[in-house]
Design a protein around this ligand. Structure first.
Ligand code: SF4
Length: 415
């Protein structure tokens, strides 16, 4: 959308008070995300009354989920675009039409358009597919984003070349499920093959993967990740839970035994691997015993990275109708318990890295003038950063010797 808007001759500003039009690109997979989007929309609706802002456009998952209802609920919105209609962004901004609404086919092939990269320096996301063919009982994403569609490998490689030419050192491959990449193309394309080809792109030093559906991690994929130095040894494998009955309720095909076997295999075949996972606590049916089993698993596994959500019942999903609901306060308390345990485990992992030297992608400076960056063990936004001093510049990967831990961030100096 940024590229289309710029190509149409408009200027982008991150300051809504300066803008004559605003776009809120939304998320809607749980209550908290929807509330965040609605708060942002209401703030801008206020600005429309007082400032130069004249047009308010809402795009993405929230309008896709609630379609025209959102225009009735918040009449200050001038236009809504569903997930298949973002190429209409310029028309939505320039049109004087009141309450413009476009919802093209969410299952259509992904459009190949120019990009204006708003992340970095030195790194960029690449979307390799969109949608999901799984049907986890708690999840609205497949109904919002449509069926799984892979982008052609040639388009991803061309984009990677361009990003590398513009200075990207790290590519972060994203999809609801990267392991399914290529299956829908039915021409033998796989994630393993894509990784081999991306690794041949000059200038790219790190390739990171979000997210790997545990059931689909093949031996071929593990071999490529283990053997290819550019694929960072950081794997984000959401497991959601480990109790077999809860996993069945979630309609996920794994069991505690299969998850443990997979993690053992990954740690054996990729010795320096940093595993990240995400978890849901408080699903209907999760009593004290099931929750205790999850804690026991985390204490044994000592996963260096993990995020946890309290179950958020979503209209239209099977889990929202399930009996044996866990009290919302109890679910939140369980979320805090897991977070505390994981913070201690993550600190223990990071303390073990003090004294070591690791490549760090420099991203800029903090308020105190120190460099801020990320090692292979840290993904943007979800993990901590490395604070360091010495010779560096934004967008460069430099060797940093770790010498301490400060509020969960490793500190160090360049060599
Ligand atoms: S695999 Fe992920 S996106 Fe797909 S249904 Fe399950 S939780 Fe949702």
């Amino acid at each position: 959308m940024l590229a289309l808007i710029t190509a149409a001759g408009h200027q982008i500003t991150a300051d809504p008070a300066q803008a004559d039009a605003a776009v809120v690109n939304t998320c809607a997979f749980i209550e908290a995300a929807q509330q965040e989007a609605i708060d942002a929309i209401l703030e801008l609706a206020e600005l429309k009354k007082t400032g130069p802002l004249k047009r308010l456009v809402v795009t993405g998952c929230l309008p896709q989920r609630y379609q025209g209802d959102i225009l009735k609920e918040i009449p200050e919105i001038d236009a809504v675009l569903g997930v298949g209609s973002f190429p209409d962004i310029v028309a939505a901004l320039e049109s004087g039409e009141a309450h413009l609404a476009r919802f093209l086919d969410k299952n259509a092939p992904l459009p190949e358009l120019d990009r204006l990269v708003s992340t970095g320096p030195g790194w960029a996301y690449i979307k390799i597919a969109d949608g999901c063919d799984n049907r986890c009982a708690y999840c609205v994403i497949p109904s919002i984003r449509g069926r799984y569609r892979s982008r052609p490998k040639s388009a991803i490689l061309a984009e990677a070349e361009k990003l590398a030419a513009d200075g990207a050192k790290e590519l972060i491959l994203v999809a609801q499920d990267v392991t399914a990449y290529g299956r829908d193309l039915r021409d033998g394309t796989t994630l393993a093959g894509l990784l081999r080809d991306l690794a041949a792109v000059d200038g790219i030093q790190w390739i990171r993967l979000h997210y790997l559906y545990p059931h689909e991690i093949t031996d071929e994929l593990i071999d490529v990740i283990a053997a290819e130095p550019k694929v960072v040894k950081y794997l984000d494998v959401p497991i959601q839970h480990v109790n077999d009955a809860i996993l069945r309720r979630m309609r996920r095909p794994e069991t505690r035994a299969s998850i443990e076997a997979l993690f053992d295999k990954l740690q054996r075949r990729i010795p320096e691997v940093v595993l990240r996972t995400s978890l849901i606590v408080g699903l209907p049916g999760e009593g004290e015993a099931e929750f205790a089993e999850l804690l026991d698993f985390l204490r044994r596994q000592r996963l260096p990275r993990a995020g946890v959500f309290a179950f958020s019942p979503q209209e239209g999903t099977a889990a929202a109708e399930m009996p044996d609901r866990c009290d919302a306060d109890e679910a939140e308390a369980r979320r805090r318990t897991v977070t505390e345990l994981q913070n201690a485990i993550m600190d223990e992992f990071d303390r073990g890295r003090i004294g070591g030297t690791f490549p760090v992608l420099c991203e800029g400076r903090d308020q105190d003038g120190r460099w801020v960056g990320r090692s292979y063990a840290d993904s943007p936004d979800v993990d901590e950063q490395v604070l360091f001093t010495g010779d560096a510049e934004p967008g460069r990967i430099v060797p940093v010797r770790m010498d301490g831990l400060e509020d969960g961030c490793l500190t160090g100096h360049t060599l």
